[in-house]
Design a protein around this ligand. Structure first.
Ligand code: ADP
Ligand code: MG
Length: 361
């Protein structure tokens, strides 16, 4: 924590209590590093922190040595207060037409492709199903929808509607809707932002999801118009950022986080994928892409570190078999179970007596 920054932030009143932001315990972090002031602001579910963020940005920018200000929001856990009857998402409340598709809506995002975003999304879903939760998966990756393959649904073509709405496909206990159901693998499709926004809105609102505990959205990689359109359309409870330990991937992860900051979506935390290589023969770990970069980054900016997923042959091979490895037993399944627990905890799942994820057994 930086004292000058904290003192400055404490001159800004918390809209709820009227106390300074530090006194009101609204800050999870406040540091100035290399000219960048990073402030981690705790927000409650359903609140709109836009004005407060703008005020923080303008006040912090006045400090000596501050060239840039970034404000990151994290969801405040409300363990001491009684749980609300139902989640009150900020963006859904703005639009009366929008109905809530699931108890929790979580995006899995990455600044670029190939870091294992879909692998993480599919296996988080699997770990949650294994723990007894109901889970929907919305594959919004217009550039490379891979959820159908990961859940063994390659054959599905088109979507059917019944009286309740679009019928999701079912696999291993998950309800799944994918952009991949609408496109042929060998036909490149050019989606523009508004088209994506329309399709996602329809998938979200018109699908007979059956109100699952969690809806996981596999986001398109990158931070362009299409991604922004989704982040703006969907009342996300938070975003999980997937990255690899390398610096370059971390740079991309930072861009992805900045995009969610723009849309006031809480960052639930960072997952380090391809963390250590587990030898298929002896189980010995080696750090092929380095190790711990994401943990350090998470600590530096004050967002939760959600877990490390090892790089294994098994994970790559299993991505073609159509059943996520997190349904099994072993170190990789354990890593996903731990990460899923951390995601739910970060999303304030404690509000709802979260099913505690247990593994092995
Ligand atoms: N931890 C891992 N260990 C081994 N292979 C992995 C791991 N994570 C992802 N992969 C493989 O890397 C490739 C890219 O992963 P994918 O989840 O499709 O990435 P993205 O959705 O970010 O483009 C896939 O072939 C996948 O099987
Ligand atoms: Mg993918």
């Amino acid at each position: 924590m930086s004292d000058a920054l904290l003192a400055c932030l404490n001159t800004i009143p918390d809209p709820e209590t009227g106390k300074g932001l530090d006194d009101a315990d609204r800050l999870d972090g406040a540091v100035i590093d290399k000219g960048i002031a990073t402030i981690v602001l705790k927000v409650t579910q359903g609140s709109d922190p836009a004005k407060l963020k703008a005020r923080i940005e303008s006040e912090a920018a006045k400090l000596d040595g501050v060239e840039r200000v970034r404000v990151i929001t994290t969801l405040q856990r409300e363990s001491s207060s009684p749980p609300p009857a139902a989640p009150q998402p900020a963006k859904a409340a703005e639009s009366p037409a929008a109905k809530r598709a699931a108890g929790l809506i979580i995006a899995v995002a990455a600044g670029k492709g190939g870091v294992g975003k879909s692998t993480v999304a599919a296996n988080l879903a699997a770990a949650m199903i294994k723990a007894g939760m109901s889970v929907g998966v919305l594959d919004a990756d217009i550039y490379g929808p891979s959820i159908p393959r990961l859940f063994g649904l390659r054959e599905v073509q088109g979507l059917r509607k019944n009286e309740d709405g679009i019928e999701p496909a079912g696999a291993h206990g998950a309800k799944i809707v994918s952009m991949g159901f609408l496109t042929k693998p060998d036909q490149p499709v050019v989606w523009r932002g508004p088209m994506v926004q329309g399709a996602i809105q329809q998938f979200l609102n018109d699908t007979a999801w059956g109100n699952p505990d969690v809806l996981i959205i596999d986001m398109p990689p990158g931070t362009g118009d299409a991604q922004l359109a989704i982040a703006q359309t969907v009342s996300l409870d938070g975003a999980v950022i997937a990255c690899t330990p390398q610096d370059l991937a971390l740079d991309d992860a930072r861009k992805a986080m900045a995009m969610f900051e723009k849309t006031h979506t809480p960052i639930l935390g960072i997952v380090e994928n391809m963390s250590v290589f587990l030898c298929p023969h002896c189980g010995e770990p080696s750090e092929i892409f380095g190790h711990g970069g994401a943990r350090e980054e998470a600590a530096a900016i004050g967002v939760p570190f959600l877990g490390e997923i090892p790089l294994t042959m098994e994970l790559r091979e299993r991505s073609d078999t159509g059943k996520p490895v997190a349904f099994d037993k072993g170190p990789v399944a354990d890593a996903f179970a731990n990460t899923a627990s951390a995601v739910l905890e970060s999303a304030g799942e404690a509000r709802k007596p979260a099913p505690k994820i247990t593994f092995s057994a």
